[in-house]
Every structure is written in C-alpha cells, then in structure tokens.
Design a protein around this ligand. Structure first.
Ligand code: CP
Length: 281
C-alpha cells in the first residue's frame, strides 16, 4: 500500500489527477460520525480514479428511521456497490458490515478500536520525510486511551521497525498499553526526549465532561506540545497531528504552522494512500 501510494502521489502532483482504474466502479462513503479529511479524501481518491463516488448522509438517511447497520449495508450492496467506506462509533462495525455484504469494506475509523488508513498515511508521511521508519523514535502524546489513531499507529509503526513511546495523563493511558510493545510515560519531556517524530492527538471535549482531566488549560499546561517540549526532541524532529487540531490545547498554533510541521502533508498524503487502497482492492 505504501509503495503504491508513491505512484498515486505523483498522479496527484501531475495536475491531471485522472486515471481510469475505477471506471465502472461505485464507492460509497457511509459515515456515522463527523469527518472532513477522511471522507473527502476517499471521495477525491475515487473521483481521481474515475470511480462513481456517493456519500450517504446518515442523519438524512433511513438510519434516522431506525434501519440497522446490516440492513443499510445490504441495501447499498444490492445497488451494485463495489466498495463501502464506513466510519462508526462502535468498534467492529466495519467487520460486521463486511460479513453481510459482497462489497469490499474499508474501515475509516471504528469506535476506540482502529483508524488504519490514518496510520497508513502517517507512516507514509514519515517515510517520505525520513526515508525509513526503521530505527526512528516516535512519541505519541495525548489521549491514548480513546485514540484509534494511536492504536493503529502503534501497530503499523512498530511493525515497520520504529520505537513508539506514548505519553499522557494517567487517566488517559490504557493499563495494558505496554503489551502493545510501547513505552508509556506520564512525563511528556521524557517521552519526547530524542524523538524523531512528535505526534499530538486531539483532546476530545467529551473526555473533560467525564472528569478524566481537570480542565483544558491544565491539560495544555502539562501535556500540550509547545516549543520548549520540542527542544527535548531531536533537532530535526517532525511535528504531526491527525487533525482536527485544537490550537493552543494539545499543540501550540506556532508549531502547527511551523517549518517542522507535517500536518498539511499528512492531509495531502491521505488522498494518495486512499487512492492506493482503492486501486489495490
Ligand atoms: N484524522 C481524521 O480522521 O480526520 P477527520 O475526522 O476530519 O476525518
């Protein structure tokens, strides 16, 4: 997938942005949760490859009338859909859908479980900037407990030979996290020390309501990525964030827009990765 995405990026950069690979194929995005980057990049990827892409707006679909996930999937399936891209609040929803449809199913984020295409685009972005993931130290900072992005990146980056460390408040670090082959810290400076990549995660306001940390400002003070924290990392460390960003909370605005930031590149590469996936499927 990562190798194919290199070719897809060249196609995006070529300006013509058109290949015939998905001619006659139908791709449906079925998102039960909000999205800007993932949904749009899948739709663009399908269009760039001459596929027919359709978005189902869950709030105005028959899901709002009580239709089950399986029945919605079957309905889309019998319309001749080739690929369904699903984001759902329940872990395992894409797997369930795949068992009940002939269409290929791609997970665009399922509950607290995984966000595999985000991890693929993150891995691609690091490899593009550094040449290789093998031997790099990647520090992922924030709400590890509720982050499907963190989980997918841990699987992917450790498989590619990177050393992954995670950091966050004790209430937001899963107790079993070391079983995934990572080091875990509550001291962000230790986590970031000599890192090649520093990835901040979005702080979700609903976690505040559950009392998992006292206030947004306190979170920003102790766990926000700022210029002083980044000085602990390697001089050429890269700054990443899956988006959407809460500027000034999990990361300073200056770092988001700074020279070391790969945040915009991550978004661009998201289209290339999703083109690669659709092409290979
Ligand atoms: N990173 C990510 O999944 O962003 P969206 O929620 O905008 O798709």
């Amino acid at each position: 997938i990562l190798d194919t995405a290199k070719t897809m990026k060249l196609i995006i950069q070529s300006g013509t942005k058109k290949t015939p690979h998905l001619q006659g194929k139908t791709v449906i995005t079925l998102f039960y949760e909000n999205s800007t980057r993932t949904r749009t990049s899948f739709e663009l990827a399908a269009k760039y490859m001459s596929g027919n892409s359709v978005n189902i707006s869950v709030s105005t679909s028959s899901v709002a009338k009580g239709e089950t996930l399986i029945d919605t999937g079957r309905t889309l399936d019998v319309m001749g859909t080739d690929v369904i891209i699903i984001r759902h609040s329940m872990a395992g929803a894409p797997d369930l859908l795949a068992k009940h449809t002939n269409a290929a199913v791609i997970n665009a984020g399922d509950g607290l479980n995984e966000h595999p295409t985000q991890a693929l685009l993150d891995m691609f972005t690091v490899m593009e900037a550094k040449g290789d993931l093998n031997g790099l130290k990647v520090a992922i900072v924030g709400d590890i407990l509720h982050s499907r992005v963190a989980r997918s990146n841990i699987w992917g980056m450790t498989k590619m030979g990177a050393k992954v460390v995670v950091a966050g408040p004790p209430t937001l670090l899963p107790s079993h996290i070391k079983d995934l082959g990572v080091e875990a810290y509550t001291d962000i400076e230790k986590a970031v020390e000599d890192a090649d990549v520093v990835m901040a995660l979005r702080i979700q306001k609903e976690r505040l309501e559950k009392g998992l940390f006292p206030s947004v400002s306190e979170y920003a003070r102790f766990f926000g990525i700022n210029e002083n924290i980044v000085k602990k990392a390697k001089k050429d460390a890269l700054i990443m964030h899956p988006g959407p960003v809460n500027r000034g909370v999990e990361i300073t605005s200056a770092l988001v827009d700074g020279d070391s930031s790969l945040i915009d590149t991550q978004v661009t590469n998201g289209v290339a990765i999703r083109m690669a996936l659709l092409y290979l499927m």
